[in-house]
Design a protein around this ligand. Structure first.
Ligand code: GDP
Ligand code: IMO
Ligand code: MG
Length: 430
């Protein structure tokens, strides 16, 4: 079955965009299945750096069709801006190259305003959302008060629906949060314009992808966010409101329960997190500075969507094993190995401890990680630059050992080792 799924194995920003771009060279369709413009996926091709929030990263490869699946939330303003940016960079996306599921939901400025107002009201219990309206829009979907993409096909009713939903949101904004109300008519007029422009892109994406798979076409499902941000399986409540894990791909694309060929879990060679929530292996000080960088390099650890500095730490193999199980991964892609050059010794978290008790698996899922103290194993570091490595043998023995230790703990092969953001900066192992 020619379906491959790429998922984040950590808290997002693992380098999924970079890996999807690589794998999309072999794909016919590349489909995002969840989340919205809270995602920020970076693809580097020579001196061009693409930062994609909604459009699948796979569209940078010229022979693909990008699909926005039913599990997604589409902010049409972001989408139009992203299409324009890509056009300027020479990538035109007419409807034959980009399709939007009729059953995806829309994000309006009312959802965005609610997200900000709710975060403000949470005080010390803030989640640290990206303030893109994700939570409120999925709430509206579950409450059956969402705006589905297909509603744009019927302009008169659509305008009425947008207006009503904004009026409803205004009550919450003003009465619950003391925030400003939005003008429902202005939003409706803006959305009528989006409807006119996006109409040719709307399809039954479930049918499109099912037909594609049945006729032997290759579909690559592009995960956003990461396993530990999954609404059910992540570090609840410090999660997003969608299902980034591999099972989410089947539901979020409407392709039934279909066995995937490859399920690739992308993990950095260390751990990062943006937003609130426990992070057992978090570091501060010199090593943290090394891992994060200063912001001078495009790959330094500052959020692609929000610009926030990312929290950084040692790789957590308890959580990686959990991601392997949750996603039934078939293999791992390890990114940013190059960043570890110059840190000696390196530490990897192999277990957790509470008092005298040691756990190599999570006893009750990852919701409350704050109770655990990490158990580390030390490994020797390496000093040489590995960004030019293209084969396993090009890596210093310490780096090989580090990768092998991750393979042992994960119980599965590290098939790709990324040593830089560029397309060719990767070691592919058989
Ligand atoms: P995503 O959300 O999972 O797609 O990841 P992001 O794009 O948000 O963040 C990953 C960052 O790391 C981007 O700036 C990538 O260009 C960069 N990157 C990916 N792989 C590597 C790598 O192996 N080495 C370095 N130095 N940067 C990388
Ligand atoms: P990509 O696809 C990293 C985090 C936010 C916050 C939590 C909830 O680039 O890996 P939300 O706005 O979704 O309600 O925020 O989830 N978050 C991400 N962190 N990468 C992402 O996407 C993320 N998308 C959401 O920082 O902690
Ligand atoms: Mg990202």
């Amino acid at each position: 079955m020619p379906l491959d799924i790429v998922v984040g194995a950590q808290w997002g920003d693992e380098g999924k965009g970079r890996m999807v771009d690589l794998l999309a060279a072999e794909a016919d369709f590349v489909a995002r299945y969840g989340g919205g413009d809270n995602a920020g996926h970076t693809v580097t091709v020579g001196d061009q750096i693409f930062k994609l929030h909604l459009i699948p990263s796979g569209v940078i490869q010229p022979n693909t069709v990008g699909v926005l699946g039913n599990g997604m939330l589409v902010n049409p303003s972001t989408l139009m801006a992203e299409m324009a940016q890509l056009r300027e960079a020479g990538i035109d996306l007419p409807p034959k190259r980009l399709r939007i599921s009729h059953a995806a939901h829309l994000i309006t400025p009312a959802h965005v305003a609610l997200d900000a107002a709710q975060e403000g009201a949470r005080g010390a219990e803030q989640i640290g959302t990206t303030k893109r309206g994700i939570g409120p829009a999925y709430v509206a979907k579950a409450a059956r008060r969402g705006l589905r993409v297909e509603m744009m096909l019927n302009p008169e009713d659509f305008a009425d629906a947008v207006e009503t939903r904004v009026e409803e949101a205004n009550k919450h904004l003003t009465q619950l949060y003391g925030a400003d109300a939005l003008d429902p008519k202005t939003v409706a007029t803006e959305f009528m314009d989006y409807a006119r422009q996006l109409k040719p892109y709307i399809v039954d994406a479930s049918q499109l992808l099912t037909d594609a798979l049945n006729s032997g076409k290759r579909v690559l499902a592009e995960g956003a966010q990461g396993t530990l941000l999954d609404l059910d399986h992540g570090t609840y409540p410090y999660v997003t409101s969608s299902s980034p894990t591999a099972a989410g791909a089947l539901l979020g694309l409407g392709i039934g329960i279909r066995p995937a060929n490859r399920i690739v879990g992308v993990t950095k060679a260390f751990q990062t997190r943006v937003g609130e929530g426990a992070f057992p292996t978090e570091l501060s000080g010199k090593v943290a500075k090394h891992l994060r960088g200063t912001g001078a390099n495009p790959w330094d650890e500052f959020g692609t969507t929000t610009g926030r500095p990312r929290r950084v730490g040692w790789i957590d193999l308890v959580l990686l094993r959990y991601a392997c199980r949750q996603n039934t991964l078939t293999e791992v892609a390890l990114t940013k190995l190059d960043i570890l050059s110059g840190i000696d010794p390196l530490k990897i978290c192999i277990a957790y401890r509470i008092g005298d008790e040691t756990f190599t698996e999570l006893p009750l899922g990852p919701a409350d990680l704050s109770q655990f103290e990490p158990v580390y194993e030390e490994l020797p570091g390496w000093d040489v630059d590995v960004t030019a490595a293209r084969h396993w043998d090009d890596l210093p023995p310490q780096a090989q050992k580090y990768v092998q230790r991750i393979e042992d703990a994960a119980g599965m092969p590290v098939r790709w080792i990324s040593v830089g953001p560029e397309r060719d900066q990767v070691i592919i192992r058989d």
